[in-house]
Design a protein around this ligand. Structure first.
Ligand SMILES: *[C@@H]1O[C@H](CO)[C@@H](O)[C@H](O)[C@H]1NC(C)=O
Length: 275
């Protein structure tokens, strides 16, 4: 944000004062500031993201956690670090599953119920069909929708059913929680899949690679849906499994031996890394 203001101010000055050295200095300044914008973006800080308008609704129980269904996280959404602060996104937010794990700040000014304090949510599900009648639609958990209200006004706000909100992408920050791997229920000696959760920063993954037998021989996995990545294997490809993770912004982390030799399907294993 701090970068934007001097950038604009500099351009205004250059239009009023047309001396050549001044223009030269101005061009240098504009150049430096644009570089800073680009750098802060690629670091995943999203510092220059501005608020835009979206429609917000809620689903499930009044104070419920919503769902992790379309991202592969199931009921994990109700537990920390997500703690029910999730949203289903329409096509422009869910991005065919690439939006799973992205974090947003959402701000509601609707009076007399909204506090106008931004809430933070993670995309954990898809809102298909009619949610695409507007360009950007967040279908929040009942709990998250209520969190936009003044204390004690959450029920009144939910009664409205829908409100216009302001939103912007922010870096995810799970405050020390490490990236988790939820082993698919359908795994077998020929097919292995995991859902990835709780990535800081960008929140998504550019690539996921797996190495078998406690080795560092990494092989690419495919993002088959939501936050679920799979690999076709043969029975010699055995746990413990390590992973090489690349964030949506290109940061790389190695999570050694996250999936133990005798792992349980459906179980969630924590690594000791995050972005
Ligand atoms: C993994 O280890 C098993 C048993 O030690 C071995 O038979 C198998 O070939 C190894 N597989 C790979 C992919 O290294």
């Amino acid at each position: 944000m701090g970068v934007e203001t001097p950038h604009i101010a500099t351009i205004k000055i250059s239009l009023n004062m047309v001396s050549t050295p001044f223009i030269a200095v101005t061009i240098v300044f504009v150049y430096i500031f644009s570089c800073l914008c680009v750098v802060s973006h690629s670091n995943g800080t999203f510092t220059s993201e501005k608020f835009s308008s979206a429609l917000a609704t809620w689903y499930g129980d009044e104070t419920g956690a919503g769902s992790g269904g379309a991202c592969g996280w199931q009921d994990d959404v109700k537990n920390p670090p997500l703690s029910s602060m999730i949203a289903a996104g329409n096509a422009n937010i869910f991005l065919s599953g690439k939006g799973c794990g992205h974090c947003f700040e959402i701000l509601c000014h609707q009076q007399p119920y909204c506090s106008a304090k931004p809430i933070k949510v993670t995309i954990s599900d898809e809102c298909p069909g009619a949610c695409n009648n507007v360009p950007y639609h967040f279908d929040l958990s009942g709990f998250a929708f209520g969190a936009m209200a003044y204390p004690g006004k959450d029920h009144n706000l939910r009664q409205l059913g829908q409100v216009m909100v302001q939103y912007r992408r922010i870096p995810c920050n799970y405050r020390g929680t490490k990236i988790a791997f939820k082993v698919s229920e359908e795994c077998n000696p020929y097919w292995f899949a995991v859902a990835l959760e709780y990535a800081d920063g960008d929140g998504g993954f550019g690539s996921v690679e797996i190495a078998p037998n406690g080795t560092k021989h990494f092989v690419s996995m495919d993002n088959i849906w939501g936050a679920v990545w799979k690999i076709n294997i043969d029975p010699s490809f055995q746990a413990p499994f390590s992973f090489r993770l690349t964030s949506g912004h290109g940061k790389t982390r190695i999570a050694n031996n996250v999936i133990p030799k005798k792992f349980a399907i459906g179980h969630k294993y924590f690594s000791n890394v995050n972005f």
